[in-house]
Ligand binder design. Structure first.
Ligand SMILES: Nc1ncnc2c1ncn2[C@@H]1O[C@H](COP(=O)(O)OP(=O)(O)OP(=O)(O)O)[C@@H](O)[C@H]1O
Ligand SMILES: [Mg+2]
Length: 258
């Protein structure tokens, strides 16, 4: 792949739930190694945009490209669906999603949680996957929790396990949807630290967050969504330091970011 080709590229994406238009023509580029944060009020379409990226949601119009490869569609408008299940699987397994609520399997140990998808979805060798899984759990600071169940961990530890699970797929990019919102402030910092380490390593990440400090600290580019459209975007210093749109200024003062 040409190193200039973005990992994820979205052009003029439109998405509606029935009559409710949620994305009204959104475009974004996630170049390799970049961290892009999506901010905006509740209901502005941030989660929907993230879920469209890895094809968890259908969209009605616009293009989605993964490493320069356009998603192929059949049908149109509300009947539009990806036409190639193998392509969908390839894209989805290359974009690991980390959710607000961790979504770990409660009946599996932490190690089993991290190993599950590489074994069953990618069909990788068990011994290699186990070694990698232990390595990723060490990396996020819970290498000693391999054999316990999710209910025995704090929220911050569970979220770090979910990040290790995402990493163990060896994805091209990580997509985070409010990874720290369900956590108490001190546990939140454990997760923020892991995300900052991943940013420093040059991971490609798309992060939906209400944490303006996190967005300011880790992002190469910040996108402010308002009612399904990009109202303003730019490098974090500019966006947080000198917002031009009235709506962004209002949003930032409401979140105490300025
Ligand atoms: N499955 C669904 N069916 C119908 N409407 C939905 C669905 N999911 C989201 N919506 C609507 O789409 C709009 C955008 O939702 P979305 O979850 O993308 O917002 P968000 O920016 O992530 O908000 P928040 O900050 O609260 O998480 C909202 O009006 C929401 O009610
Ligand atoms: Mg959301």
């Amino acid at each position: 792949m040409d190193p200039e080709t973005p990992v994820i590229q979205i052009n003029d994406l439109h998405k509606a739930y029935g009559a409710l238009e949620v994305l009204k023509g959104v475009s974004l580029n996630a170049p390799k190694g970049n961290v892009i944060s999506l901010i905006g009020s509740s209901g502005s379409g941030k989660s929907t945009l993230l879920r469209c990226c890895n094809l968890l949601e259908d969209s009605q119009q616009g293009d989605i490209l993964f490493k320069g490869e356009p998603v192929t569609w059949k049908g149109s408008h509300h009947g539009r669906r990806p036409s190639d299940p193998k392509q969908v699987l390839r894209i989805r397994t290359n974009l690991s999603m980390v959710f607000q609520q961790f979504n770990l399997w409660s009946h599996m140990t932490i190690l089993q949680n991290v190993m599950e998808a590489p074994l069953t979805v990618l069909g990788r060798d068990r011994a290699e996957v186990e070694q990698a899984a232990r390595g990723y759990l060490d990396k996020v600071g819970i290498g000693d929790k391999c054999d316990v169940y999710p209910a025995q961990l704090s929220g911050g530890q569970q979220q770090r396990a979910a990040i290790a699970r995402g990493l163990c797929m060896e994805p091209e990019a990580l997509l985070f949807d409010e990874p720290t919102s369900a956590l108490d402030p001190e546990l939140e910092q454990e997760v923020v630290r892991v995300i900052k380490d991943l940013a420093t390593e040059g991971r490609t990440m798309l992060i939906v967050t209400h944490d303006m400090k996190l967005a300011a600290d880790v992002s190469d580019h910040v996108i402010f969504l308002h009612q399904g459209l990009i109202e303003e975007q730019g490098p974090p210093d500019r966006l947080f330091g000198a917002p031009t749109s009235e709506r962004l200024r209002g949003f930032l003062s409401a979140t105490h970011a300025t």
